[in-house]
Design a protein around this ligand. Structure first.
Ligand SMILES: *Cc1c(COP(=O)(O)O)cnc(C)c1O
Length: 397
């Protein structure tokens, strides 16, 4: 019976680890969140009031920019940033295909054409060399994505953009608090590199609300003014429409108040994510998995490993599932292979470019081989050990 007793004394052997668990963050901030919610409910002012104004100031300061405009979601933030620049039919916007369809959809909504370029296979972000080749006289914006919490190569991208006189819109939905050193040697945050940047406060993001939310940040006062019109029907003042392309996309007071509770916790929560990533790095070094190259300003929204083949990824995924370890793929289907866009392949007016398999090799190959492991600040040491042990077990078994 000795064996059985030993088993019972080692519960970690059977520990299941969820891919995410938002209740854990909520539990640590419970009292402050409840007080903030109550403050808003009792105020009787629920849309575009003092909480949103205060959060906008606090988040702009956290990013190191002058202006922040709260909106309803990250997807809207990207659309509104494009609309603020007056981008529309006949224009082209360069972006990537490996970060779901948020970017291409936002561009299509303006009437412009998404031009997709391949990624750097090491960083999974927009390849500056591909960017330079994709610029045409119709290019009106460049939208790199700071995927998984790592800034794209913004030094190279902004240099190319400046030379061509094209604005950059950062998709910073996965990169709150991420940074990179600029040409002058100073750290510069996600959101402070482009003409505009879009953030999402979807609950699972590094800074997440208790519902949907988003923001556009910029150093340009007139673009900020235009965004304030666009997020509210295009109104210049109440019931007077002056801006084209507006919609109802307001961050609400409740979400803003809750985000104000969470924002001061972002730096130490990001630091914890980095510590956990370092543990994975050490624990998985002996496996054949490709691990994310570390960088000081990477905030590990996701910890994404790369299997040697699609078959191996699928087998590892199933093995983790059987052992109770949550995992996911971000993202399984590149934008240019989505059925909604390929259905339009034969039309004279394509919805995006390029189309069809084989056109973006790194993007397509990585979509087959990537796997996201659990990584959030509330993961316990026992859970981290368990994930590492199971992944190692897959390769040694
Ligand atoms: C989450 C996300 C978005 C969209 O944000 P929502 O708030 O969900 O609309 C856009 N881009 C990237 C890279 C994201 O991860």
């Amino acid at each position: 019976m000795l064996e059985k007793d030993e088993h019972e004394m080692n519960p970690a052997e059977h520990l299941s680890v969820p891919f995410g668990d938002l209740r854990r963050q909520a539990a640590t901030l419970q009292a402050d969140l409840a007080a903030a919610a109550q403050r808003v409910i009792q105020s009787g002012w629920y849309v575009l009031g003092s909480e949103v104004a205060a959060f906008e100031q606090e988040f702009a300061a956290a990013c190191g920019v002058a202006h922040c405009v709260g909106v309803a979601s990250g997807a809207d933030a990207l659309y509104l940033a494009l609309a603020a620049l007056g981008i529309g039919a006949g224009d082209e916007v360069i972006t990537v295909a490996n970060a779901c369809t948020y970017q291409a959809d936002a561009i299509i909504q303006t009437g412009a054409l998404p031009v997709l370029v391949d990624i750097d296979p090491t960083t999974h972000t927009l390849d500056p060399a591909q960017l330079a080749q994709a610029i045409t006289p119709r290019t009106r914006a460049i939208m790199p994505v700071h995927l998984y919490g790592r800034l794209a190569d913004m030094t190279a991208i902004t240099a190319i953009a400046e030379q061509a006189g094209i604005p950059v819109i950062e998709d910073a939905a996965q990169a709150h608090g991420a940074w990179r050193t600029d040409a002058a040697g100073n750290p510069r945050y996600a959101g402070a590199w482009g003409t505009l940047a879009g953030f999402s406060f979807y609950p699972t993001k590094n800074l997440g609300a208790v519902g949907d939310g988003g923001a556009v940040v910029t150093n340009d006062a007139s673009l900020a003014e235009q965004l304030r019109r666009l997020r509210q029907y295009g109104w210049d003042r109440k019931y007077v429409v002056s801006a084209h392309g507006g919609r109802n996309s307001r961050l609400d007071e409740l979400q803003a108040a809750l985000l104000r509770v969470m924002l001061p916790h972002l730096p130490h929560r990001n630091a914890t994510r980095r510590q956990l990533a370092a543990q994975y790095q050490a624990g998985l070094a002996a496996t054949p998995l490709g691990l994310p190259p570390d960088e000081a300003g990477h905030v590990y929204h996701l910890y994404v490993v790369v299997a040697e083949s699609h078959t191996e990824r699928e087998q590892l995924r199933e093995y983790l599932r059987q052992h109770g370890i949550g995992c996911d793929v971000h993202y399984p289907m590149p934008a240019h292979l989505q059925p909604i866009y390929s259905a339009w392949r034969s039309a004279n007016q394509p919805w995006l470019r390029p189309q069809g398999a084989g056109s973006l090799p790194h993007t397509e190959q990585l979509a087959q081989r990537i796997l996201s492991l659990p990584l959030y600040p509330e993961l316990t040491p026992a859970e981290m050990d368990r994930v590492i042990a199971v992944v190692r077990g897959f390769y040694s078994g």
